[in-house]
Design a protein around this ligand. Sequence first.
Ligand code: DGP
Ligand code: NA
Ligand code: NA
Length: 216
Amino acid sequence: IHMASPEKIDSRGALIVLEGLDRCGKTSQCGRLHSYLEESGHAVELWRFPDRNTGVGQMISSYLANQSNLDDRAIHLLFSANRWEKRSLMESKLRSGTTLIVDRYSFSGVAFSSAKGLDVEWCKAPDAGLLAPDVVIYLDISPEKAAERGGYGGERYEKLEFQKTVAQSYKALSDSTWKIVDATLSIEDVEKQLKGIVMECVEMCQHGKPFSQLWR
Ligand code: DGP
Ligand code: NA
Ligand code: NA
């Protein structure tokens, strides 16, 4: 008897992006997700953008620390270059089955730069062709609540008035595929919701969900 061979499935890791205002709790939730996936036996890495370890990343870091000034478009392109320089490693990790939990991505790029008044389409253009996330999770908190949490560092964008504009930019950028999670819930309740979203996404990618690219 000739059995039909099953369709070959290209199992891969998931590209999971967390976005939100400064002080929304993103970074600690990324850490929790990473530990959770690792403890449950998944291949997983925690990434963040900007990646301040590269040469470009060091220029960004100095800009954010107000140690250098750059034209708004110039710094926008550096943030984008910082994502491009990690693109091929990102794809090979995903293809090899490693899930990536990514703290900020191109949506930060557009939200923060367009909050300065740059045109949204201009902001998107340099990131076209980067890998599209399998899920974007937005940790939703009002700028006022985030500011109340205290601990805005002294970095360039960490000011209430600017964060209000960033919040509006994110709102304009978000679409129905984003998972919006109420970031004012307890850390544990936020974590529970994130785990549900992430496990569903990881499973789809294990079953061969195809890659796609920004901004299609
Ligand atoms: P973080 O290391 O996550 O605190 O990010 C540093 C700051 O830079 C934060 O205020 C968000 C902002 N940011 C992140 N990505 C981009 C980007 O691509 N473009 C711009 N203009 N700002 C960004
Ligand atoms: Na920050
Ligand atoms: Na929208």
